[in-house]
Write a protein of this length. Structure first.
Length: 115
């Protein structure tokens, strides 16, 4: 193989490596934040043997106010009207949540809850 034949193979190999690196990052490490307000009429009790006994399916908003319905499990019923920051991953969905105050919500999310 001469040099003219090796250059396209090398370039294609680099492009493939970059594509796999980006895919790996977005599937395993890229986290998105969503925000929601707890409404306990949307909690469902699960009949499982593990620690996660309840599942919520709620309307959430990203940092820009875009709406999305997400489901997540908890070990207990959460406080009514509490605001949550949900961390999500593309491959796993909601991976963690934390209660936050209304003032900690992004402005566009606050606007959605003021409506």
């Amino acid at each position: 193989m001469n040099i003219k034949e090796k250059v396209p193979v090398f370039i294609i190999s680099i492009i493939v490596l970059i594509a796999f690196g980006l895919l790996y990052y977005f599937c395993l490490y890229h986290n998105d934040n969503y925000y929601t307000k707890i409404d306990n009429k949307y909690v469902k009790e699960l009949k499982t043997n593990d620690n996660m006994k309840y599942e919520y399916t709620l309307t959430t908003y990203d940092d820009y106010g875009k709406k999305k319905t997400l489901s997540f499990k908890t070990s207990r019923v959460l406080k009514e009207d509490a605001y949550l920051n949900l961390k999500t991953m593309v491959t796993r969905g909601v991976v963690s949540w934390q209660e936050v105050s209304f003032e900690d919500l992004p402005e566009k999310v606050q606007d959605e809850y003021k409506k």
